[in-house]
Design a protein around this ligand. Structure first.
Ligand code: ATP
Ligand code: MG
Length: 561
C-alpha cells in the first residue's frame, strides 16, 4: 500500500474539509516544532512523519522550527542532533526557523497588547499568583496589579527587557478573564525575566516569552496553515486562538491548532526529560546508546530510516493515547533488513569442531550466496578447514529424535558446506564439552552437483573456520526496562524498572569477509539476527551491535528437546 492509496487519517480529513471550504492548496504549510532540549525519540518520529508526510501529500512546504524559548534547558548540541535525525529519516524542510528569531517581533506585539490594555505587568510572587488562580469550578481572583496604568506597564516591561530587575520580580501577563472556565485563560504569563544566555541570541535578551505566547505567533509569522500538536495542548487551543486574534491582520489566515495523540512505546520511556536522566545517571552511554528509543540510538543500533517511517505509518495517528508494543518496531526493522542485509556467518558462543578425516593443513573456499532475497547481491567465498567453530547450543551428546542439530552419531549440514557426523567429544574437568570430533562426507559439498550434495539432512548449522576467523566485540541488547510501561506507575519511579541485563558483551568469531566491514553496515548473522557495525570500531577492532534477533525459528525445535 503506498501513501496515497491508504484511507485518510482524521487530520487529512480536516485539511480536505478546509480545501473544500475555501483554502487554496497554496495556503497549506506545516511545521515540525521541536524544543532543542534533548534528542529526538521514536515518539517524535510520529510527529515528523505526520507533518512531512502531509507536506509530500499536498506538495506543501514544511518548516523545521526550533521552539527555543527556554535557555535553561536548550543547547546547540541538541539543535544539531535534531537536524541530523530529521535528515536521516529522509525528510527535507523548506526553512530552518527559530522561535528566537521572532523575539523582537514578539516583544513589539507584547508592547502593542499593553497599549491596548490587554497585557499588564504583575509584581506578585509565583506563589501569590498560584493562590489567585482558582480551581476549574471556582473563579480566580484579579491581581492587585491588574489595573496598572498603560504607561506604568510600558515602563516596567521595558525595564524588564533592559535587565533592571531580578528574576521573579515581575512578569508580563495577558489580561483575559480570571473567571474563565478554562484555567489557561486566567491571565496567562507571557514573559518572565531570566538572566541566562541563550544558545543563539546570547545575552541580547533577559526576558523570554512562554510557549503559548510564542507558538501561535511563530506559526502566524511563518504562514503555517495547520499547527499539529499532541493532545495535552487541546486546552491551550482557546488561548492559541486568543493570542492570534490580537495580532492578526486581515486577510491573512489564522493558523489552526489541531491535536493528535502522543505515541508511547512499550518497555521504554519517550520523554526527553526522562531520557536525559538515563544519560546523566550513566544508565546508558549517551543519547545514542543503542538501547535508547532515540532516533540516534535506533540508528546506531542498526535501524533503517525506512523501517522507522514504516513503523510510524503503520501505527498511524490517533485521537487517543495508547502504548504501542516494541515488538512492532522490531518487526518492521526485521522485515526491511531481511530484504537488504547481506548474510554472513558468525559464532557467538563457540565450541570447537575437529573434522578428523579432513586432510591436515588443507583449506578450501566455498561459495556462499549473499542474500537469497536479492539475487543481485551476488556471492562470496568462505574458507573451510578441518577446525571449525559452531555454537555451543548446537551440540548435545544425547538428544531425542526431534533435536535436529548436532548430536553424537547424528548428521547435520554445515551451511554452504559439507555434511558432518559427530563421532565423539572431549570434556573438561567440569564435565563441559569442549571439543567435538566429527567426520565429513567429502562428496556432500553444497552446490557441487553430486548426489550427496543434494542429500537432505534435517539440521543446517552455521559455522566459522577457526584458523580463518576474526574476532569482534559483539554487543547484545535486551529491553532497557523490565516493565512494559515503566513510567505509568503511581507509586514507583520509572528508574526502578531498569533491566540490569540490558547489555551483554561477547567475543564473536566471524568469517573473514567481515574484516573490511564499515561503520554503520548491516548484516544478517545467519540463524542469529541482524547486526551492524558500531562507531566504536577501530582499524584493529570491530564492534557489532545486535539490532534485532531473527524471528525465532528455533522456538519449535527448542520446545521439542
Ligand atoms: P518530550 O516530553 O519528550 O520533551 P515534547 O512534546 O516536549 O516531548 P517537543 O520537542 O516539544 O517535545 O516536540 C516536538 C513535536 O513532537 C511536538 O509537536 C510534539 O507534540 C511532538 N511529540 C513529542 N512527543 C511525541 C510523542 N510521543 N508522540 C507523538 N508526537 C510527539
Ligand atoms: Mg517540551
Amino acid at each position: 500500500m503506498n501513501d496515497t492509496e491508504r484511507s485518510l487519517n482524521f487530520i487529512e480529513h480536516i485539511i480536505e474539509d478546509d480545501l473544500k471550504k475555501g483554502y487554496e492548496k497554496s495556503d497549506l504549510r506545516f511545521r515540525f516544532p521541536p524544543e532543542p532540549n534533548g534528542y529526538l525519540h521514536i515518539g517524535h518520529a510520529s510527529s515528523i512523519c505526520l507533518n512531512f508526510g502531509l507536506g509530500l501529500r499536498y506538495n506543501a512546504p514544511v518548516n523545521l522550527r526550533y521552539d527555543d524559548t527556554n535557555p535553561i534547558k536548550e543547547e546547540q548540541e541538541y539543535v544539531d542532533a535534531i537536524k541530523k535525525d530529521v535528515e536521516w529519516l529522509g525528510y527535507q524542510w523548506d526553512s530552518e526557523c527559530y522561535a528566537s528569531d521572532y523575539f523582537q517581533q514578539l516583544y513589539d506585539w507584547a508592547v502593542q497588547l499593553i497599549k491596548e490594555g490587554k497585557a499588564y505587568v504583575d509584581s506578585q510572587s509565583s506563589d501569590e499568583m498560584a493562590k489567585q488562580k482558582g480551581t476549574p469550578t471556582e473563579s480566580g481572583i484579579n491581581s492587585p496589579y491588574r489595573d496598572r496604568s498603560i504607561d506604568e506597564n510600558l515602563a516596567l516591561f521595558e525595564g524588564m527587557k533592559n535587565g533592571e530587575f531580578e528574576e521573579g520580580v515581575h512578569v508580563l501577563r495577558a489580561k483575559i478573564d480570571m473567571s474563565s472556565p478554562n484555567m489557561l485563560m486566567r491571565d496567562p504569563i507571557m514573559y518572565r525575566v531570566l538572566h541566562k544566555d541563550h544558545h543563539r541570541t546570547k545575552d541580547t535578551w533577559c526576558i523570554y516569552p512562554l510557549y503559548d505566547w510564542t507558538h501561535g505567533e511563530s506559526d502566524y509569522i511563518e504562514g503555517i496553515s495547520h499547527s499539529l500538536c499532541t493532545l495535552e495542548f487541546a486546552p491551550h487551543r482557546e488561548l492559541y486562538d486568543w493570542f492570534l486574534d490580537q495580532v492578526r491582520e486581515a486577510p491573512k489566515l489564522r493558523p489552526k491548532q489541531r491535536e493528535f495523540a502522543r505515541r508511547n512505546l512499550s518497555h521504554t520511556v519517550v520523554s526527553k526529560r526522562k531520557l536525559l536522566q538515563l544519560v546523566e545517571k550513566g544508565v546508558v552511554s549517551g543519547w545514542d546508546d543503542p538501547r535508547m528509543p532515540t532516533i540516534s540510538g535506533l540508528r546506531r543500533r542498526g535501524y533503517t530510516p525506512q523501517s522507522i517511517r514504516k513503523f510510524a505509518d503503520t501505527i498511524g495517528i490517533a485521537k487517543r493515547e495508547n502504548v504501542v508494543d516494541v515488538s512492532l518496531l522490531e518487526f518492521t526493522v526485521r522485515e526491511h533488513l531481511n530484504k537488504i542485509a547481506p548474510r554472513v556467518m558468525a559464532v557467538l558462543d563457540p565450541l570447537k569442531v575437529i573434522i578428523t578425516n579432513y586432510p591436515e593443513g588443507e583449506e578450501e573456499w566455498l561459495t556462499a550466496e549473499n542474500n537469497p532475497e536479492d539475487e543481485s547481491a551476488g556471492s562470496r567465498q568462505v574458507p573451510f578447514s578441518g577446525e571449525l567453530w559452531i555454537e555451543k547450543a548446537d551440540f548435545r551428546e544425547e538428544a531425542n529424535r526431534k533435536y535436529f542439530r548436532l548430536k553424537l552419531g547424528g548428521e547435520v549440514r554445515l551451511k554452504n558446506g559439507y555434511i558432518i557426523k559427530a563421532e565423539s567429544c572431549t570434556k573438561n574437568e567440569a564435565g563441559e564439552v569442549v571439543e567435538v570430533q566429527c567426520t565429513y562426507d567429502p562428496k556432500s559439498r553444497s552446490g557441487s552437483g553430486t548426489e550427496e550434495s543434494m542429500r537432505k539432512v534435517k539440521g543446517t548449522l552455521h559455522w566459522v573456520s577457526a584458523i580463518h576467523a576474526i574476532n569482534a566485540e559483539i554487543r547484545l541488547y535486551d529491553r532497557l526496562f523490565t516493565d512494559a510501561t515503566p513510567d505509568a506507575h503511581k507509586d514507583k519511579d520509572f528508574m526502578e524498572f531498569i533491566n540490569p541485563e540490558s547489555l551483554e558483551i561477547r567475543t564473536g568469531y566471524l568469517e573473514p569477509s567481515l574484516e573490511t566491514a564499515k561503520i554503520g553496515e548491516r548484516y544478517q548473522f545467519q540463524r542469529l539476527g541482524y547486526f551492524c557495525v558500531d562507531p566504536d570500531s577501530t582499524d584493529t577492532k570491530l564492534v557489532f551491535n545486535r539490532t534485532v534477533t531473527l524471528r525465532s525459528t528455533w522456538a519449535k525445535l527448542d520446545s521439542a528437546q
